[in-house]
Design a binder for this molecule. Structure first.
Ligand code: F0G
Length: 468
């Protein structure tokens, strides 16, 4: 990270970076390198020496930089905003618009983009009432090209894959990562292979991966089994891994927070509430906030509130223990929010670091709480997939427990689009939402079902039905 600066960071020829860095906003001395994210190691390596794990201790890596903004933050903020009026896809991308924060690419013509990011922030009046507060805002990452926040990461991840000449990219996924990777790989003309837990991926997401031409391998097992397998395969073969262990992917996800702060006039909210699954986003958000604060783009740190589904909450349990040195995996994660049905999150150490940096916390919510919160977000005309709704459910709980105060400024991050998992929504509204665990089927209680009513095509009957 930014501090402490390594005694001798590797020096690279930075002249090629100048071709895209605006002369107003960043200096010619910006260099990119890798640093081990383990505080006990922190070893520094050149970009060419590793991709996902530290050559010294096998820990996760960060892409790090000797940032320099000689004109100061104000000039850089001005440039970020002005790029929205430009015509090139890189300026219009809500990721590459902030390229001075992710300067690991020297040739901007190699960028793989679908003009991701630039997602809206919405007020949610019904959601605020539900949580017992006056105001809540939602940053809707479901408005991305493939309908989830993964696009912010895949534009940088697949760009990196192209940069290193990868012939095939791969990931394990609960659905969204695979949909996004497949789309970006298709744009780049790179073979894509996705490993998914058989029968546990929402159809909207599976249909995307198939349509974008990914080779889909269904693993009979959990996401964690798929994750372990693809990590081993990436060690043994030329597959380029695009899960969040890939630090170049997480660089793109930093821009979710950078863009959010820009939208808030660079005034940090009190809280950013987000779902926690494999914990890549938590890791990326913490890194972004740390950099923004260090570089004086913001003058105070928002706090992160990470919310997990109760049936898949190993990070919550870690947070609640006094010894945070070891995460105990959940052997049988179980939630209808399939995107976060993860028992052994790969990025938990980085996520813990994010909590330290931001004085963050972790909460867990039940299936019933998730389901109702999702329906409320729908009634704000916003809508999201189940994993995203943990944010509002968690917020309601944290308000009730007074961890978050009613007057606090709060932004919840909705990570995926409503249309990703239509089956869940229809089951909710038709009273069929149920969860199977260990052969036992449990009906989920719901309080806001909006059931369709069937009637013959008879005007009298319809008028009576609708009170017209
Ligand atoms: N929300 C949605 C909609 C997701 O798809 C995911 C993760 C998360 C939240 C959790 O984010 O892993 O960064 O903590 N989905 C991954 C996937 C695991 O394969 O699509 P995280």
């Amino acid at each position: 990270m930014l501090a402490p600066t390594p005694a001798e960071p590797p020096q690279f020829d930075s002249t090629s970076l100048l071709s895209y860095l605006s002369p107003m906003s960043a200096s010619s001395s910006t260099t990119a390198f890798l640093r081990c994210a383990e505080s006990s190691c922190s070893s520094v390596h050149s970009l060419e020496s590793a991709e996902y794990s530290c050559p010294t201790c096998r820990g996760l890596l960060d892409v790090d930089y000797n940032f320099s903004f000689p004109e100061g933050p104000a000039a850089a903020k001005d440039i970020f905003r002005k790029r929205l009026l430009e015509v090139s896809a890189t300026d219009l991308s809500g990721v590459w618009r902030f390229r001075e924060f992710i300067p690991f690419v020297s040739d901007m013509s190699s960028i793989v983009t679908l003009e991701e990011g630039n997602t809206p922030i919405y007020d949610g009046a019904a959601s605020a009432r539900f949580a017992g507060i006056e105001r809540v805002r939602f940053k809707h990452q479901g408005m991305n090209p493939t309908g989830s926040f993964k696009d912010n990461g895949m534009t940088t991840g697949v760009t990196r894959a192209r940069q290193v000449g990868a012939q095939a990219v791969a990931c394990a996924s609960t659905g969204n990562t695979s949909a996004s990777m497949a789309a970006y790989a298709a744009r780049a003309g790179i073979r894509s292979i996705v490993f998914i837990p058989a029968g546990q991926v929402a159809l909207g997401k599976l249909s995307q991966a198939l349509e974008y031409g990914a080779e889909v391998v269904e693993i009979t097992g959990s996401f964690d089994d798929a994750m372990r397998t693809v990590r081993e395969l990436a060690e043994e073969t030329d597959l380029y891994l695009l899960n969040s262990v890939n630090p170049f992917r997480l660089e793109g996800q930093k821009t979710i927070v950078i863009e959010m702060l820009e939208q808030l006039g660079w005034r940090a909210p009190d809280w950013i509430v987000l779902p926690g699954g494999n914990l890549g986003n938590t890791s990326a958000f913490g890194k972004a906030l740390h950099e923004l604060f260090d570089l004086r783009f913001i003058d105070r740190m928002p706090r992160l509130a990470v919310i997990q589904a109760k049936g898949a909450a190993p990070f919550y349990r870690l947070f609640m223990t006094s010894d945070r040195a070891n995460l105990v995996p959940e052997p049988d994660p179980c939630t209808l929010a399939t995107a976060i049905r993860i028992g052994n999150p790969v990025s938990w150490r980085k996520a813990l670091r994010s909590l330290d940096w931001t004085n963050g916390l972790v909460e867990q919510v039940t299936e019933h709480e998730i389901a109702d919160a999702k329906a409320v977000i729908g009634r704000d005309g916003i809508g999201c997939e189940p994993a995203s709704a943990v944010t509002l459910a968690g917020l309601k709980k944290l308000i009730a427990s007074k961890e978050i105060l009613p007057e606090d400024e709060i932004v919840c991050v909705l990570t995926g689009n409503l249309l990703k998992d239509p089956g869940y929504t229809v089951d909710y509204h038709t009273g069929k939402l149920s969860l199977e665990k260990a052969g036992e089927v449990k009906r989920i209680m719901v309080t806001r079902a909006n059931k369709p009513r069937r009637v013959t095509a008879d005007k009298v009957e319809i008028k009576r039905l609708l009170g017209l």
